[in-house]
Structure formats: structure tokens, C-alpha cells
Design a protein around this ligand. Structure first.
Ligand code: GTP
Length: 338
């Protein structure tokens, strides 16, 4: 069995954070995001050393450098770098020569605490060619919706359906179990989309194609709003099983402050994450925010409901609210951003 993490996207919706840090390694609670996905694979590793294929395209070296092979618990990284982006299904095809059994594919931007063992067991019991993990949502308009029959077999895919088009509430959660024959449906060397091109081909092929609805926590971290929510949910334990990064403890105000950060005087940090080597000065206030490493929040500055990129400077008495600031941002003293 192998796993493949689709980690080659540009992450445009999460700009400016993804300008210099590819989405799979943006930190969530001070831990590169991809580690949360590797945690999901570890319970499946009992069948022997699992290969984790990393399908890379955008800033691949940064992802490779951020990975610590010691953290893999016996799994093995196989990085594959695309000369040009091949799309979600094209990237899987590109890895075909490494695949010799059931392949678990993750979109590199879903945070979940799903236990994949029963999903795999059902996939095998049903002799499925492909199983798509699905999650139910109230408002399906922004998603790819999947219609199932009573046995859980997929009947139809509807991309971003208009209201009233379908009663189905299950959307594609970006986690797939695929048997090798599915990869034969993907053309070689061209950009090909899982959602728009492979799904219809799979339906036409009449291969046994199942949906598996999960009740687990699930969030696509791909926008600034949801990125902040992902940090919050890890801190407050909404995402089960995952310890926050860097060995730091969550404070009584529901925050995580990297131990390498310096605090001068009295500061207030509430429901927030502070990355490594930051400096928080007397009277600084950080509320409902994520402050990435190497950032200084100067005397009396307030950061509220914001994301502050690495190596930034929030000047004294500045008031920053609802902002998403890229790396190396500079906010001068007494500035107001609302
Ligand atoms: P946006 O630009 O904000 O939509 O983000 P994205 O680039 O991540 O695209 P999207 O969310 O549609 O991609 C879903 C998953 O597929 C993400 O984990 C991407 O990293 C990955 N992905 C998207 N396109 C490619 C590609 O061409 N090659 C590879 N290897 N992965 C891709």
C-alpha cells in the first residue's frame, strides 16, 4: 500500500501566506501542515513500510527541506517533482510506476481527524475500484456534490450545483482510495483534473465506485479565514488526537506560544498562535490571530483576528484588525488597519 499527497498546487487562495511557503507546509499550531496528514497514515503503516509519495510542483525544495524523515515512524518519502503542473489526476498518473496496490490519495489541504482503517476495510470488503471519502455540509453550493445509492455506490457528480438541483449533501472530502486500474483511465503527461475529468470517466467505465461518508472533523485550510479556523480548532481540541507543535502547552487563554519567543513585560495573548523567535513587547495584545515566526509586535500594539506573516514588524501602538499580512510586512507605529 502507498499513499500520495497532492502537494503541488500554488495555493492562490491562501496568498500572501503561500507566496514563500507552499500550502502543505504552512504551519498550523506551529507545526507544518503536512504532519497532520502523515499522522492519519501512521495507523495504516502496520502492513509494512509505507511509501508516502509527495507529488510536488510549486516550490518543491521548500517542502522537501521542511520534512524530517525521523518523524515518519517507518514510512518512506518518495518525492516526485513535476516539470510542469499536471493537475490533480495528472499528478497521480505521474506516480503510477511507484504504485503497486491500493493507493490512498490526499489533497494537500484537508485537515481532518478521520480514522482511515475502517474506510480501508469497507473499500476492500466492497471490492471497490475507488472509494471517495465524503463529508456532509449544509450549503453545498461551493463544492463538488456526490450522489450515492443505498449501497453507497456513486451515481452522479455535480460540481457546484445550483440550489434545488439535488438533495445530496455529501461533498468530496479530498481523500481517495484507488486501485491501480483507476490510474489507467488517466492520460499520460497532460494536465488532468480529478474532479472535472477523471470522475466522469470513472462513472462511464462502470468500475465499482463508492462514497464513504465520514462524521470526522474536516476542514479545507485553503483560505485565510479557514487557515485561522484550523489553528483555532487544533488549539481548542476540536480536531482530535493532534498535539499542537513544538512541545509547547496551550495557555489558560487558549493560546500557543513557541518557547523560543521572547516576551518583554506584560502582554495579552488570547486564542492565538505565536510562532518561533517572535518578540512581544510590553502591552502588546494578540487576540484570535496567528503570528508567524520572527515577527515583532512592539509596545502597546494590538493584533486582532489577523494573520501576520513571518519576519513582520507591527509598530508600537499600531492597531491591526481583520488583516492578512504577508511575510516581512512592516506596519509603522500608531498605524490603524481595520
Ligand atoms: P488554490 O490555488 O487556492 O485553489 O489552491 P491549490 O493550488 O492547492 O489548488 P486546489 O485546492 O484545487 O488543489 C487541491 C490539491 O491538489 C492541493 O493539495 C494542491 O496542492 C494539489 N494540486 C493542485 N494542482 C496540482 C498539480 O498540478 N500538481 C500537483 N502535484 N498537485 C496539485
Amino acid at each position: 500500500m502507498q499513499a500520495l499527497i497532492l502537494a503541488g498546487g500554488k495555493g492562490t487562495r491562501l496568498r500572501p501566506l503561500t507566496l514563500h511557503t507552499p500550502k502543505p507546509i504552512v504551519p498550523i499550531a506551529n507545526r507544518p501542515f503536512i504532519y497532520y496528514q502523515l499522522d492519519l497514515l501512521k495507523p495504516l503503516n502496520s502492513e509494512g513500510a509505507m511509501d508516502v509519495i509527495l507529488s510536488l510542483s510549486y516550490q518543491p525544495r521548500k517542502i522537501e527541506e521542511a520534512l524530517n524523515p525521523d518523524a515518519l515512524g517507518g514510512m518512506r518519502f518518495v518525492p516526485i517533482v513535476e516539470a510542469q503542473p499536471l493537475g490533480t489526476a495528472g499528478a497521480i498518473k505521474n506516480a503510477q510506476s511507484f504504485v503497486n496496490g491500493t493507493l490512498i490519495v490526499f489533497n494537500g489541504d484537508v485537515l481532518t481527524d478521520i480514522d482511515l482503517r475502517p474506510v480501508l476495510a469497507r473499500h476492500r470488503q466492497r471490492k471497490a475500484a475507488a472509494t471517495l471519502v465524503l463529508v456532509d455540509v449544509e450549503d453545498t453550493r461551493a463544492y463538488g456534490v456526490v450522489e450515492l445509492n443505498e449501497e453507497g455506490r456513486i451515481q452522479r457528480f455535480l460540481e457546484k450545483p445550483a440550489p434545488g438541483t439535488t438533495k445530496a449533501k455529501s461533498i468530496n472530502a479530498g481523500i481517495y482510495l484507488l486501485e491501480p486500474e483507476v490510474l489507467d483511465l488517466i492520460p499520460t503527461g497532460v494536465e488532468f483534473s480529478f474532479e472535472y475529468e477523471l470522475f466522469p470517466r470513472l462513472l462511464e467505465s462502470k468500475m465499482p465506485l463508492y462514497g464513504d461518508i465520514t462524521q470526522a472533523y474536516w476542514l479545507d485550510i485553503g483560505t485565510p479565514e479557514r487557515y485561522r479556523q484550523a489553528n483555532r480548532d487544533v488549539l481548542n481540541g476540536t480536531v482530535r488526537r493532534f498535539p499542537p507543535g513544538s512541545g509547547a502547552q496551550v495557555t489558560e487563554h487558549g493560546s500557543l506560544i513557541d518557547p523560543s519567543t521572547t516576551i518583554k513585560g506584560k502582554v495579552e495573548v488570547i486564542r492565538s498562535v505565536i510562532g518561533s523567535n517572535c518578540l512581544l513587547e510590553e502591552g502588546a495584545q494578540v487576540v484570535d490571530s496567528v503570528v508567524l515566526s520572527g515577527t515583532r509586535v512592539a509596545e502597546g500594539a494590538r493584533v486582532d483576528s489577523s494573520i501576520v506573516g513571518r519576519g513582520s514588524h507591527i509598530g508600537a501602538n499600531a492597531d491591526v484588525k481583520n488583516a492578512v499580512l504577508g511575510d516581512k510586512s512592516g506596519i509603522t507605529d500608531f498605524s490603524t488597519m481595520m
